[in-house]
Design a protein around this ligand. Sequence first.
Ligand code: SF4
Length: 348
Amino acid sequence: MTKPDIRDFTRQELARAMVSLGEKGSRIDRIFNFLHRKGAESFDAMAGVQEELKAKLSSRYSMAPAPAVEKLVSKLDGTIKLLFTFQDGAKAESVLLFNKKTVSACISSQSGCACGCTFCATGGLGLKRDLKPSEIVAQFAACRREAGRALDSVVFMGMGEPFMNWANVKSAILILSDNKGYNFPQSGITVSTVGVVPVIRELADSHLTIRLAVSLITADDKQRLELAPVSAKYPLREVIGAARYYADRTKKAVLFEYIFFDGLNDTPQHAEKLLARIKDVKCKVNLIMYNPNPAGNNLKPGNIEKAKEFQKILVDAGIRTHLRREKGSDIAAACGQLAAGLEIPKPA
Ligand code: SF4
């Protein structure tokens, strides 16, 4: 039988596991600290921990070897993409984005994705598998090492739909934010969903203080159904309803993401349509140009002048917006381009 990986445990889970071995108190925090602050890669690497305790732990639990990591650097803007290959061959990517004074890590929650959004390279791959908490945390640790400094923010906008692997993503967030571990503030973590309504509501009712981003993509139901098949289960009205519930419960603004496709959803009428849907939600809107990728069939990126006109309509109505400049497009690191070097089957 495969032994559970001890790095998948939150501190509470580790405490339960160690209490069942007759351990307690400061020893629990010490082991957690070795795993999630000092980055111990084996039980033997826990210098100073009693041999008897290490033997007990290793008889019950495993520690998977660190993933292989390959690195690509954008010649356009210095964005860094890291490709992780885990023990079983599953792959995922993280992206390090450098702004004037800040550095942000965009990390993956799944290898591939089952949602099948037609504009997204990850969706073109289908779901390979969920990532474990330790594999999500390993991406954070590698990004931090690569940045050579503390990260300012972490966004779950890499490969996968985080709310379809929520139990593992939540554990990873609890590990990252634990003050005996990495101690990364939850307020610096944003989870982006294509609109998994029940989990948006669960997050609203939870004690987590992370931020929520909802990828609306477009404000038209028919278009959205074509671009994001998950809309058949979670229509826009319900997605925005859940986002409103989150904003009301948490008093935090929701970040809505709108993607510009040339000739599809980029006119002033589309801006009015979006406005009508979100005007009573405490929110900010990120306007993102579609980034071409092999999954995107006939889709084309929007036009910047039209996007500015669109933005003005939202701003005039009092909505905070940001017209996002995409980074890392020369290394396929921009939004919607992550495919972990795997071949994307041609769209039908
Ligand atoms: S956009 Fe997000 S939810 Fe949609 S297929 Fe891509 S990774 Fe999955």
